[in-house]
Design a protein around this ligand. Sequence first.
Ligand code: BV8
Length: 252
Amino acid sequence: MTAYIDAQALAASRRLIGEATNIMVLTGAGVSAESGVPTFRDAMTGLWSRFNPEELAQEDAYRRQPALVWEWYLHRRELVAATDPNPAHIALVALAAQKAVTLATQNVDGLHQRAGSRDVIELHGNLFANKWLDGCGRCDPAAAVPGMPPRCSLCNAMMRPGVVWFGEELPRVARYRAEHAAEQCDLCIVVGTSGLVYPAAGLPGAAKDHGAHVIVVNPEPSALDQTADIVLRGPAGVVLPLLWDGVSAASA
Ligand code: BV8
């Protein structure tokens, strides 16, 4: 994908990044788009196209149709496992090697970690983690009864994906760390999110309220554009390698 990125906006962004002493990065599904991971909203292709992700990613959907929802997560795990980090993920690793960066992601794909990012704040959990729904406290994944989904051999509780569903609280420590980073940073770079899902989408506004500059990177308009000091209208895999040295697109 070629993109014409406004040269003035790029230069101004590079200047802000050069001057920043404490950067917060918030990413959404768009940062993984160039890896081939469909964004949350267009994740529903093929046989999943007749479902709304926001309806499937909820506890009551799981209680109603556990096999269907479990199969959706297995499908997504397969999809993500077959992808690799892209230049956007790799550029963020390079930035953290040069600057103090706190990376918070809404993504559950684990691609930041596979690219080499450390201490990633996973606001919405991780696609490859499992936990229990109404477990007895002694449920042992190793002794689970296989099935769709697997069940606890002791209490018959259902295994569930270790993600945050709609209507569920974010992991307390992750949320606190991300909110603290937003309040402390002097620059917030928002990459590849529609800015529709809260409370994550409130983080750039919190950074702004505490005096930070905000840069948005997205090929499409987003709900966070009006919070931004600068909007870089292009794909993350093209834009991010242009924003700081130490990453040539070729190396990524
Ligand atoms: C909660 C895991 C309450 C599951 C996900 C106000 C305050 C608090 C809550 C709410 C609120 N208003 C509404 C709510 C409820 C709800 C919510 O926000 N609903 C929305 C739809 C209105 N929030 C919640 O339910 C949250 N929980 O608040 O609980 C509570 C409080 C106390 C006690 C109990 C309960 C939980 C939200 C987490 C839901 N889980 N994921 C799973 O994956 O299965 S969210 C899921 O959707 C993703 O993780 C992701 O975060 C989100 C989709 O957002 P994006 O990442 O932005 O992806 P999207 O597809 O939308 O956009 C992609 C963008 O990329 C686009 O802009 C596109 O242009 C861009 N792009 C494309 N290509 C590229 C690109 N960008 C750059 N480069 C490219 N190449």
